[in-house]
Design a binder for this molecule. Structure first.
Ligand code: ATP
Ligand code: IP8
Length: 263
């Protein structure tokens, strides 16, 4: 079997994060093209984030805080409606490049406890991979055994969990910046890229969580990434907005810019 690579398509890359419900079609198309080119060498699972689709609605209905008012329930529907739109755009783009992808809805095949994935029925994913199908999963609403009763499970968490459970050789978190920096590169021009990030260096990232990102931004992404890196998965954070970047990150081409997580 070809080795498995899991790519999380970050909302910052596939949507315009500060414009509600606006996709970045150019990035979606370019990622689809590159997946079609790499598919002969690797198996892929694609996970996508919420960006300006899911986070906006999840934040409005405070879904990540769990159940505290019946009026939140329609918020679950509205998050799903928006995330389905984004999934559909990616699926259509993959299909146009002849990539046989099948969308999988996480709320139907996993359960959480206090916001953490507990059980994940991965059998359909394994069966798809055996056929060379590319499963496509969004970050999602999820049912939660704790008093929260429901939660938001990030694409970052889903990707890290699957990378460990399905023995991926690589887990790539794609965003709209070249990796992890000493501060937010969009707001501070004096920051520098950290090519190899250790856990102790990552502690300072807590300050970078942006308001409205219901799943903890770059700080939580790095935490989820380390959970997979510590179990032997090679974890890379890089920029998917640049044309050709997915291929150079997957192949770790000389001169490519990204951050690797060093457990
Ligand atoms: P989503 O959760 O919607 O899928 P994503 O996975 O693309 O989004 P974000 O949570 O938006 O990821 O994190 C990426 C963003 O984090 C970048 O756009 C960048 O501006 C911001 N950021 C803040 N601090 C840092 C930092 N120290 N290094 C790198 N990026 C940072
Ligand atoms: O964007 C959250 O996933 P993330 C998805 O990967 C929703 O954090 C539904 C907000």
């Amino acid at each position: 079997m070809r080795p498995l690579v899991i790519v999380k398509l970050g909302g910052s890359a596939i949507t315009i994060k500060d414009k509600p419900f606006t996709p970045n079609i150019q990035t979606i198309e370019e990622v689809s093209r590159q997946v079609s080119e790499l598919r002969g060498e690797y198996l892929f699972i694609l996970v996508h984030g919420g960006g300006s689709y899911g986070h906006v609605v999840a934040s409005e209905y405070r879904i990540a805080e769990g159940f505290f008012h019946p009026d939140q329930l329609i918020g679950l529907t509205k998050v799903k409606l928006r995330m389905n739109e984004l999934t559909h755009l990616i699926l259509a783009s993959l299909a146009s490049y002849n990539v046989p992808a099948v969308p999988v809805t996480p709320v139907s095949c996993l359960t959480c406890s206090s916001g953490k994935v507990e059980k994940f029925f991965t059998e359909p994913l394994r069966m798809m991979l055996n056929l060379g199908i590319v499963p496509l999963l969004p970050g999602d609403v999820a049912m939660d055994y704790s008093e929260k009763r429901f939660t938001i499970v990030s694409g970052d968490q889903i990707a890290a969990r699957l990378a460990v459970e399905l023995n991926a050789i690589k887990l790539i978190y794609g965003t709209d910046v070249d990796g992890v920096f000493t501060g937010d590169p969009k707001h501070d021009p004096g920051v520098s890229l950290i090519p190899r990030l250790t856990r102790s260096m990552a502690k300072n990232l807590r300050a970078s969580i942006t308001a409205g990102d219901v799943t903890g931004g770059i700080f939580k992404k790095v935490e989820e990434g380390f959970s997979a890196a510590e179990k032997g998965v090679r974890v890379i954070i890089g920029n998917l907005v640049k044309p050709g970047a997915l291929i150079s990150i997957v192949r770790e081409e000389a001169g490519a810019m990204y951050t690797t997580l060093e457990p």
